[in-house]
Design a protein around this ligand. Structure first.
Ligand code: WTA
Length: 655
């Protein structure tokens, strides 16, 4: 790892923004000056400037009970009003909010007036089902406008949404529905993926089956959007069609304000244990930083840009950079349902040409897979509308960065590499594209008003050039307010490690270069990053050992040219199964099993059947050594192993 980083830090290229870009950019160096002069006042100014407050706040930050922050606490606002009605009232009702393209080529252009009208009806539908302030609603939908409409309708009535990525399994959905005690699930019959209908409703039926024994039998209704047209089972009394409900719903709905700290959503994310955490975000601070970063980092000019963030609504990037940020800013954006290679590998570039996309925000894993296919594919399309590119989800290697800029950005578009997390709610470390000279591979500088550092295990700042742990040293507006139902886990996971200093521990390794700019080095905990998606090693291990054939399992993230990391599992199979099945058959079964248990993104790339796992004397699996094997490196220091011969046995078995 560290030799690879040294190589990265040798990357000497710098790309200054062109004078033309800098002249039109929303963000100027003045933002840094103002934030440095008074950090809290800076955020208060942003909150007042970027949002509409029904009741203005008088307090900016209450940090009297860390780590529980309150921002703009005595203010009241409606997140939905900020994303919808105010644009219509300002005379921009005819501006397109969403340029939707289905995978099979169907199109919908939804203006702000139309989106507002739909959300009003959906809010009335929720209220007619008894959903109101504080209720939890699980949303399990494909990438279609109804996903945004459902989220905004929840926000409008003060309900808390929990969006579950449509690629997750019935079991994953069930545990999320249960943890949040959701009263309603909004889903679709199916959506289009890879040229066919991928059903969703059956997973909801499975997730809600055999209930009545647990304490959490909370779901009263399932509202189903008709999208795939696939046959589905129907539970009378529980299941309702979205279109029927909206047809019956009143058209008028006045947006009520809620306190700034009203919870807006829960989003589950993998941590170092088997159980995903429900990260809680609230309203005023979250929306402030969401809009701030859309305006100044992604440099969206709502009256002229066409923005496209390719993230699915099931991830935090889809929350902040598809729904809340762009809509609160009044931007026009593309929303695409399907996969990048359907029906042909140039689909994204065709969409950019068709809609005149000017700002593209995507993940390094996508860029690397396009690189592999070759530049001749994007070069068949007119990408001259692109003026800015963004990257998120994992470190972007300089080769991919340069390719992105040259081939997609016409050799000119600035690239903003944005570091952040589900927990931070919005971008934290990123260049301002009209100000900062870009460095390929580095996330670079904290945003104005954001304080970060790189420290050693004891919380002391490490000198430039030396690796350490990334910490956030001051509270920020979009920070998570907790872990749903588990304040202790919130404290333990993020705040205990550097309790003396009061720092937030991000779980990422980082290094500052000679200009004090930040390079991210990947996770330091047992969290993997596969295609920019967080997966927990422990969660996959628990799934593996839940299979009857498996005695023990260890999972690591191995290097992968396209996905960044790939899931590699080492499993010990019970004797009775080993003798009766071929290793290939067992590996295939387990791969399939993990997909069913968690979702296809968690399916291991490789499964090695071994007879031992490397453990310390206290029984902790040394994943570091397994990573060496998975990456084909020489195995590192084995002296702390209980049995030092184990690694040679494993190395021989995986060949
Ligand atoms: C990683 C996604 C390097 C990091 C928004 C972080 C990055 C985790 C970057 C959060 C980046 C995200 N450079 N690493 N620009 N962006 N990461 O919660 O390890 O899905 O902790 O949020 O992704 O993943 P999450």
């Amino acid at each position: 790892m560290s030799s690879q980083i040294d190589h990265l830090l040798d990357e000497g290229r710098r790309f200054a923004p062109s004078p033309a870009f800098a002249a039109q950019a929303n963000g100027t160096s003045d933002l840094y000056k103002r934030a440095a002069a008074d950090r809290e006042e800076f955020w208060a100014d942003q909150a007042r400037d970027l949002l509409h407050w029904h009741t203005p706040f008088t307090q900016t930050l209450d940090w009297s009970n860390p780590p529980f922050a309150k921002w703009f606490d005595d203010g009241q606002l409606s997140v939905a009003y900020n994303c919808l009605d105010r644009h219509v009232e300002a005379g921009n009702g005819d501006r397109v909010a969403i340029l939707f393209e289905g995978e099979s080529g169907d199109e919908r252009r939804i203006t702000y007036a139309e989106l507002t009208a739909e959300v009003k009806k959906a809010a009335n539908m929720l209220e007619s089902l008894g959903i109101g302030h504080g209720d939890r609603v699980a949303i399990y939908l494909p990438m279609i406008p109804e996903a945004a409409i459902a989220m905004l309708a929840c926000a409008r009535v003060g309900a808390i949404h929990s969006v579950v990525f449509g690629g997750f399994s019935a079991d994953s959905l069930r545990s999320r529905v249960d943890d949040a005690a959701a009263r309603l699930v909004i889903t679709a019959d199916g959506g289009y993926r890879k040229g066919r209908v991928s059903p969703l409703k059956p997973a909801v039926d499975m997730a809600l089956a055999d209930r009545g024994t647990g304490p959490q039998e909370t779901v009263e209704h399932v509202v189903v959007v008709k999208r795939g047209g696939n046959d589905i089972d129907w539970t009378e009394g529980r299941d309702l069609w979205w279109h029927d409900m909206l047809e019956q719903a009143d058209a008028e709905h006045e947006a009520q304000p809620f306190p700034a700290e009203n919870p807006l959503y829960i989003l589950y994310t993998s941590g170092t244990t088997g159980k995903p955490k429900g990260v809680v975000h609230t309203s005023g601070g979250y929306l402030t930083q969401a809009v701030f970063t859309n305006k100044y980092v992604l440099d969206i000019h709502p009256d002229s840009d066409v923005f496209w963030c390719t993230a699915d609504i099931g991830w935090v990037t889809g929350h902040t950079y598809v729904v809340y940020g762009p809509l609160a800013l009044g931007a026009t954006q593309v929303m695409y349902e399907g996969t990048p290679d359907t029906p042909h590998p140039g689909r994204w570039w065709e969409l950019i040409q068709k809609y005149g996309v000017s700002i593209l925000y995507t993940a390094p894993t996508a860029i690397r897979s396009f690189m592999k296919q070759g530049r001749q594919i994007p070069q068949q399309f007119d990408l001259s509308s692109i003026r800015l590119l963004g990257s998120v989800g994992e470190p972007i290697n300089p080769e991919a960065w340069i390719w992105y800029r040259d081939i997609i950005g016409g050799g000119e578009a600035p690239i903003v590499d944005t570091w952040w997390q589900t927990e931070t709610g919005a971008a934290m470390i990123a260049a301002l594209p009209g100000v900062t000279d870009a460095k390929p591979g580095a996330a670079q500088v904290p945003l104005p008003g954001i304080s970060v550092d790189v420290v050693d295990e004891t919380g002391h700042q490490v000198p430039n050039g030396k690796g350490g742990l990334l910490v956030l040293t001051e509270p920020w507006p979009a920070m998570l307010r907790g872990v749903w139902g588990d304040p202790e886990r919130f404290k333990e996971t993020y705040w205990e490690k550097f309790a003396d200093q009061g720092y937030y521990f991000a779980g990422d390794g980082a290094r500052k270069d000679e200009d004090s700019e930040i390079w991210l080095l990947g996770r330091v905990d047992d969290v993997m990053n596969v295609s920019g998606h967080r997966l927990s090693t422990t969660e996959i291990e628990s799934a593996l050992v839940a299979h009857e054939s498996t005695a023990e399992a260890a999972v690591v993230g191995a290097k992968d040219d396209t996905t960044g990391e790939a899931v590699v599992a080492f499993v010990i199979i019970k004797e009775s199964y080993l003798s009766a099945h071929s290793p290939e058959g067992l590996a295939g079964t387990l791969r399939q099993w993990v997909s069913q248990q968690i979702g296809a993104i968690a399916r291991p790339r490789d499964i090695y059947i071994v007879s031992e796992l490397p453990k310390t004397r206290s029984g902790k699996i040394m994943r570091r050594l397994l990573r060496d094997v998975a990456d084909g490196r020489e195995v590192g220091d084995t002296t702390t192993l209980a049995d030092t011969a184990v690694m040679s046995i494993i190395s021989a078995q995986v060949k």
